[in-house]
Design a protein around this ligand. Structure first.
Ligand code: SF4
Length: 275
């Protein structure tokens, strides 16, 4: 299955790609190019219910059990096809994200090991494995194993942090997962490998985030830094595609840039902005 540039887009991230079950290639803003997406959440479920989520939970998933070997075969096939194209696109990363929380999948570590081995075998030595997670399983045995596999693979973990107070987190992420536990998970994960934080800022009912809400978020970042968390960067972004919730819309580039400046100024962290 050859991928043409015309088949890929930053505004259309369909999980359906050819006959693949687990793989969906996309042009990703945050990866800055072709990203081989991996969806292990075939049941279409997530333990969060973010207001900006684009996954249609009305569509009932097909399966719940992941077959790592089938995943490995699909990944090998798509990467071998890309490799065989004389002027093929550069593969920026292999990213576990998908229709739910990848760290909820108990075989994630095995899949990371497979992905790393396949990338090496096909000569994609500069292509990292990335896991995008909401951070809620990092204190579980299988979450820890996934982090250790990522570290061994020279990979990256990108952890969602959208709020710095429990009320905002519950409202934005549709969860009662304790913010304090999430902070501890981020801290513990960073002891295994440096973490990238992903933070979504958006308009609700046409209004930007309240200044006190941004203040709570900054205080949370400062708590993490003061606690010794190793944060390689913060990705500040806004909605790129219309979420299911129609009252959620993109934040303008100026306001997003101002938030990014505050993060840099008040925490000293490196910040990438995706307006
Ligand atoms: S964590 Fe990701 S998949 Fe889950 S609800 Fe939020 S945006 Fe959707």
């Amino acid at each position: 299955m050859f991928i043409k540039r015309s088949q890929l887009s930053t505004v259309q991230h369909s999980r359906a790609c050819g006959h693949f079950t687990y793989i969906y290639p996309v042009i990703s803003r945050r990866s800055r190019g072709l990203s081989i997406g991996v969806n292990l959440n075939l049941d279409n479920r997530c333990n969060y219910d973010c207001v900006y989520c684009e996954v249609d939970r009305g569509v009932v998933g097909s399966e719940t059990v992941v077959d790592p070997d089938s995943f490995g075969q699909e990944l090998y096939q798509i990467l071998a096809d890309i490799k065989s194209q004389p002027h093929g696109l550069e593969v920026r990363d292999v990213t576990f994200a998908g229709n739910g929380e990848p760290m909820a999948v108990r075989s994630l570590a095995r899949c990371i090991d497979l992905a790393s081995g396949i990338l090496d075998a096909l000569g994609f030595t500069q292509t990292p494995v990335v896991v995008i997670t909401n951070g809620t399983f990092l204190h579980r045995r299988w979450g820890l194993q996934a982090l250790q596999s990522l570290d061994a693979a020279g990979g990256e973990v990108w952890i969602k942090l959208d709020a710095g107070d429990q009320e905002a987190m519950t409202r934005i992420n549709g969860t009662h997962f304790p913010l304090q536990r999430l902070e501890e998970n981020i801290f513990d994960a960073s002891r295994i490998l440096p973490v990238t934080l992903q933070s979504m800022f958006m308009k609700r009912w046409g209004q930007p985030p309240a200044p006190e809400s941004v203040g709570h978020y900054l205080a949370c970042l400062k708590r993490l830094i003061e606690g010794g968390a190793l944060i390689s960067k913060v990705q500040v972004y806004t909605v790129a595609r219309q979420p299911r919730s129609s009252h959620i819309t993109a934040l303008d580039a100026t306001t997003l840039g101002e938030i990014a400046c505050r993060i840099r100024r008040e925490t000293g962290l490196s910040v990438e902005v995706f307006a």
